[in-house]
Design a protein around this ligand. Structure first.
Ligand SMILES: [Fe+2]
Length: 185
């Protein structure tokens, strides 16, 4: 289930485990809490005609009108479909990479077609953990400190939106903050 937990950002040297200040699975509450912090979040209608494991072309066709609307309103030039799973070695390496706090020069915009993932957004003195499930769309602005947990056995499929896909390379902050928060279980 889609879920948002808000924590205080950990202050270096303070060992206490963080406790969530807010925890909700209410989509409207999640959307409004994220919106006030500059993060866009939407729930899209499911597409029952899409089989699990659908090809990129079928996925892009099924969501064509919603994709076109996002591209028009938000200025994203290109989209693609990325599927992670089935290859545990590469999945686990990928997981470790994005578990470290980082940022991008490009917005990180994802729509979950299948599976789930946890975005942790370090904004000012808060850490917002959002577990995105199928049908969730999220847009994290360029420059936002964050990490992403795809779970111990990564298996998910997302549509990615880009203004400039070259700008999406990760720049790591080398702040170990992510080690002190729960991961995706
Ligand atoms: Fe990222």
């Amino acid at each position: 289930m889609t879920e948002l937990k808000i924590y205080a950002a950990r202050v270096a040297g303070v060992a206490a485990a963080p406790e969530a200040l807010l925890s909700t699975s209410n989509a409207e509450l999640i959307s409004s809490a994220l919106k006030t912090r500059g993060i866009k979040f939407q729930r899209w209608p499911s597409k029952p005609e899409l089989e699990p494991g659908a090809m990129q072309e079928q996925i892009l066709e099924a969501y064509a009108s919603l994709i076109a609307s996002v591209q028009k309103n938000e200025g994203y030039q290109t989209v693609d479909v990325m599927r992670v799973g089935g290859d545990q070695l590469s999945g686990s390496t990928l997981r470790q990479t994005f578990l470290q706090e980082h940022q991008h020069a490009e917005d990180e915009v994802r729509f979950f077609v299948e599976g789930c993932g946890l975005f942790a957004l370090h904004i000012k003195d808060e850490v917002l953990q959002v577990i995105c499930e199928a049908n969730d769309w999220i847009a994290i602005p360029a420059g936002t400190r964050h990490w992403f947990d795809m779970g111990v056995d990564p298996n998910y499929c997302v549509i990615r939106f880009f203004k400039n896909s070259g700008g999406w390379a990760a720049s790591f902050t080398h702040d170990p903050i992510a080690d002190h928060y729960p991961g995706l279980t």
